[in-house]
Design a protein around this ligand. Structure first.
Ligand code: ATP
Ligand code: MG
Ligand code: MG
Length: 382
């Protein structure tokens, strides 16, 4: 079979490998670490830095198409690869979304509401920030994820303090918004410009990390879903985006929809597609990069996705790791377990997820609550 290239060796790359292999492709993974979750299942693993010019050359020579699972891969590396292979998403789109300052400016320019914010490049930006931005959240412009690189600040003084702690690197200060709930649009845009949008789920977060996604027909009101789909499409068109992407939105207590951020790759909130949709988000990624038609995104069944964090290994005993009792959890009907093969289940680290399906959303949630009890976690479903 033909080769496909993947930049990044995390779980998103691993699930991509599985889907690419299902379709008869071989995958070469480039990742800095020697044994990454994706590298373990790929046909070939190149251990090199993402900006290693020699390694990128070798990668480009070994595959006709490259994608990424890591939003912070240097845009310059994508640019270099694009000289000799098809790179989706492209360097220009990734450059925008990997910098919160450029990302927020871009989304606003599409007439899509974002949280009130200001750019922060030095202390004076915070001294001059509008009072309306407090209480707020200071977020580093680059390299933040899973709530890392951001801090809630109740006052200007606290914001300045946090900015100093971050090392005075470029940031954005956002007003803290009254969230009712969060939704995300996972979609694909093909090289042809064709688009396909997956059903919209409701997400819950714990400590800044996604905890669950619930998806069922009619769960998100149609007018809101339509608004979110239209905004995501406008973003994808505006970026001339090629690939799978996700737009995270906040739904405020007054019903308004606010775009939070864009991920230039399959997204954790799209993991439910693996067991509940005709096409998974990872198969869709393969389809885009190989120029195949996009797959159907229909929802086959109501579903609850639960993230498994390393914390589950330490329930009740912080010093002694104990693996959850998968035997008991897999005895629950409708449960599908996905583990990422990570060697060290550290707290706060994503080590797997569980999709729970049911005939009705009530049944899927009931089964998911059973999983939650057996895992000893505290997730509250929306
Ligand atoms: P990830 O990339 O893993 O989704 P991140 O580190 O990039 O996370 P954000 O998505 O910006 O961070 O924020 C993480 C979570 O913090 C959001 O999903 C939301 O629950 C909360 N949050 C972020 N910004 C705001 C805001 N302006 N008002 C209220 N809550 C917010
Ligand atoms: Mg993010
Ligand atoms: Mg986010």
């Amino acid at each position: 079979g033909e080769w496909l290239g993947m930049l990044g060796g995390g779980q998103l790359g691993r699930m991509f490998c599985h889907e690419a292999q299902k379709l008869g492709y071989k995958v070469v993974v480039l990742d800095p670490s020697g044994n990454s979750p994706a590298g373990m299942v790929a046909e070939r693993h190149m251990a090199a830095a993402y900006d290693d010019i020699v390694a990128l050359k070798e990668l480009a020579a070994s595959t006709p198409a490259v994608t990424t699972e890591f939003e912070n891969v240097p845009a310059s590396s994508l640019k270099q690869l694009s000289a000799s292979c098809r790179v989706t998403p492209g360097a220009a789109a990734v450059a925008v979304v990997q910098d919160r300052i450029a990302e927020k400016a871009f989304i606003s320019a599409q007439d899509i509401p974002v949280a009130p914010y200001c750019e922060v490049r030095d202390v004076s930006d915070l001294e001059q920030a509008q009072d309306a931005l407090f209480p707020g959240i200071l977020k580093v412009a680059r390299l933040g994820y899973d709530g890392k690189g951001q801090q809630r600040v109740s006052s200007r003084a606290e914001a300045i303090e946090a900015f100093r702690t971050f090392g005075q690197i470029p940031c954005v200060l956002e007003a803290m918004l009254p969230l009712d709930y969060e939704i995300s649009v996972v979609m694909a845009r093909a090289i042809s410009g064709e688009t396909a949008i997956f059903p919209i789920g409701i997400n819950t977060h714990e400590n800044g990390i996604l905890a669950s996604t619930v998806v069922a027909e009619g769960l998100v009101k149609e007018d809101l879903a339509k608004q979110a789909r239209e905004a995501a499409l406008r973003i994808a068109e505006g970026l001339n985006y090629q690939g799978v992407m996700c737009v995270e939105f906040f739904v405020l207590s007054d019903g308004r929809l606010i775009a939070n951020e864009i991920a230039p790759r399959p997204h954790n909130s799209g993991h439910y597609t693996m067991d509940a949709c005709v096409t998974s988000q990872f198969e869709q990624q393969v389809r885009v990069m190989t120029g195949m038609p996009l797959g159907a995104t229909d929802l086959l069944t109501p579903v609850v996705m639960l993230n498994i964090l390393g914390d589950c290994w330490f329930n009740g005993n912080a010093s002694h790791a104990r693996e959850p009792q998968w035997h008991d959890i897999l005895a629950i009907p409708g449960v599908s377990l996905h583990l990422y093969g990570k060697d060290e289940p550290r707290p706060g680290r994503k080590v797997g997820h569980i999709n729970v399906v049911g005939t009705t959303i009530e049944q899927a949630k009931e089964r998911a609550r059973d999983v939650i009890r057996k895992m000893g976690i505290r997730t509250v479903l929306s």
